[in-house]
Design a protein around this ligand. Structure first.
Ligand code: ZN
Length: 551
């Protein structure tokens, strides 16, 4: 079991903005952060993270909670698993009560294996020869901890002789269960290994390149709790500092490209895990607000990957450009040949995302064929629709020139914002909601409010009010209130004024309903009307909070 004290100190050392921000893209909105909710599909952000309260809340689907709850729900983990995940994300060492096993064992296995791989590399001539041929320096080998994994038998022997527990090696993705379930086998064999790190520099897996002409040139660790390849970028832990400092990130295609870029002094280089960039990478890319340069091969696969990534990044509002390396010459080769200057020049002359996307869309269509032209127009228009209004307007002339169509075809836009209407809808309820928000922040005022009003007076907010009184702070709507910045927390005097106005309105309405209510005996009716008209309302108007409710 994880020691309670270390859970508490983990909780106090993490910030919900960092936690949520490593999974979804957050944008600052006043004192809070906003995002499209990761728990329900939406196009306009109604998911709010409050750094002050250290909670998140979605106004769309009602989910909410703290950092741990967020990781549990998003990653479908149990409470201890979420704690371990958070500890691993933020390089925090947990303490365990005696006799229990823990997740950091998987990490211990990985660290021991990195050291072993590095030792193996020195004694393997074929692997060393390959790296030398590709131009990788000894210094790069050490910085990137490049190693070599021999046969499966040797892997199993190493685990055994170093007393590394097999179940932990399984958790770490180093070995797998054999099909008949009788034993384990090593996942990576006879390969040059590239350890893969989390952004906080803890090792989470391996990429392996064959040196025996295995048909799979590269193989990665399997997806494990530590290793989620759609969120990781190879080399990010080494590039991080330069990315922040130089406001630039170079994304290339292969591990060796990253190594060679760094070797040539382009220390902002990273790579995906042999897969395309995904929206899950965006939060990491957003950090430090760098300009993004996609440095891909000029072959068909490279162009297609660059087009997809440039579309996604420009729609997500990133600034940057694309460099396609001439056919057959990947950046690693150019650098190995001492052509770093050419690489630097190509990087400087990267083509900005939006013109790149527009040109590629048009390139694959024959504009002399009206139908193909129409299709190209449709694709270009759809792409532009995804951009912000200002950016879109700026690129319409270019798109219409490239396509040879009138810019009017791209349509006049600008719809009035819905935000104002939504606000107006809510305005009527603002008194009640502000009262609730104030009580949420200042619970010591609850008693004085209960002296003068009845829960039922809160109409549609009556259940919310009783949740508040009962201290159900996990209530999703209460969390929503807590992070709703359009509502003010009042001081005691302001609260009393709002309460009085609220009560005056309430008794006004009450008067009308009493007058038309046939179930109230006449004598009582006239008593109530007189009481409200000549006593309660005048006193309220004089500034007194009247402790009387008429039912
Ligand atoms: Zn939601």
């Amino acid at each position: 079991m994880i020691d309670n004290a270390s859970i508490e100190s983990l909780k106090s050392s993490i910030d919900i903005v960092d936690v949520v921000g490593s999974f979804v893209e957050l944008r600052k909105a006043g004192a809070n952060y906003k995002a499209n909710c990761p728990f329900h599909g939406e196009k306009t952000p109604s998911f709010v993270v409050s750094p002050v309260k250290q909670i998140y809340h979605c106004f769309g689907c009602g989910v909410g909670g703290d950092s741990i709850k967020f990781v549990m729900e998003l990653e479908k983990l149990t409470y201890p698993e979420a704690i371990e995940k958070l500890a691993s994300m933020f390089n925090f060492s947990l303490n365990y009560t005696k006799g229990s096993s823990d997740y950091s064992d998987a990490k211990r296995v990985l660290s021991a294996i990195v050291q072993w791989h590095m030792k193996n590399l020195n004694s393997n001539e074929v692997a060393m020869e390959y790296l030398k041929e590709r131009g990788v320096s000894q210094n790069s080998i050490e910085i990137f901890e490049i190693g070599y994994v021999p046969s499966g038998q040797e892997v199993m022997q190493f685990l055994e002789s170093s007393l590394l527990p097999l179940p932990k090696a399984l958790d770490a993705g180093v070995i797998a269960k054999s099909e008949n379930g009788s034993g384990f086998y090593a996942r990576l064999v006879d390969r040059i290994t590239f350890p893969i790190h989390s952004p906080s520099a803890s090792i989470v897996g391996f990429g392996g390149r064959t040196i025996t002409n295995h048909p799979a040139k590269y193989i990665n660790s399997p997806q494990t709790k530590l290793f989620n390849k759609s969120r990781l970028l190879y080399g990010y832990h080494l590039a991080k500092e330069s990315i922040y400092k130089n406001k630039k990130i170079i994304i290339c295609e292969g591990y060796l490209d990253v190594v060679m870029f760094h070797q040539a002094g382009f220390k902002e280089a990273v790579a995906g895990m042999g897969t395309a960039l995904t929206p899950e990478h965006l939060p990491m890319l957003r950090k430090g607000s760098p300009k993004i340069i996609l440095a891909y091969d000029g072959d068909k696969a490279g162009v297609a990957a660059a087009l997809k990534a440039a579309q996604m990044l420009s729609i997500a509002g990133f600034d940057g450009g694309v460099v396609l390396f001439p056919d057959g010459q990947d950046p690693a080769d150019l650098i190995a040949k001492g052509e770093s200057k050419i690489v630097a020049k190509l990087l400087r002359e990267s083509k900005p995302f939006i013109p790149f996307v527009l040109e590629k869309i048009i390139e694959v269509h024959d504009l002399n064929d009206p139908r193909a032209k129409e299709m190209a127009f449709g694709v270009a228009k759809q792409f532009l629709e995804g951009l912000s209004q200002i950016i879109k307007d700026a690129y319409i002339p270019m798109a219409s020139t490239l396509l040879g169509v009138s810019s009017a075809l791209f349509g006049k836009q600008t719809q009035p914002s819905r935000a104002r209407e939504i606000f107006r809808e809510k305005k009527d309820d603002i008194a009640q909601l502000s009262i609730l928000k104030t009580l949420l922040e200042k619970p010591d005022l609850i008693d004085s409010v209960l002296d003068v009003i009845d829960i039922d007076m809160f109409g549609r907010y009556a259940t919310l009010f009783s949740a508040l009184i009962n201290g159900e702070n996990e209530h999703p709507h209460l969390m929503g209130l807590a992070v709703d910045e359009s509502l003010q927390v009042m001081n005691e005097k302001e609260l009393q004024d709002v309460l009085r106005n609220f009560l005056i309105k309430h008794y006004d309405i009450k008067l009308k309903s009493i007058a038309t209510d046939a179930t109230i005996p006449f004598a009582k009716k006239s008593f109530l009307i007189r009481k409200i008209k000549t006593d309660i309302i005048p006193r309220l108007k004089r500034g007194e909070l009247v402790a009387f409710s008429v039912n």
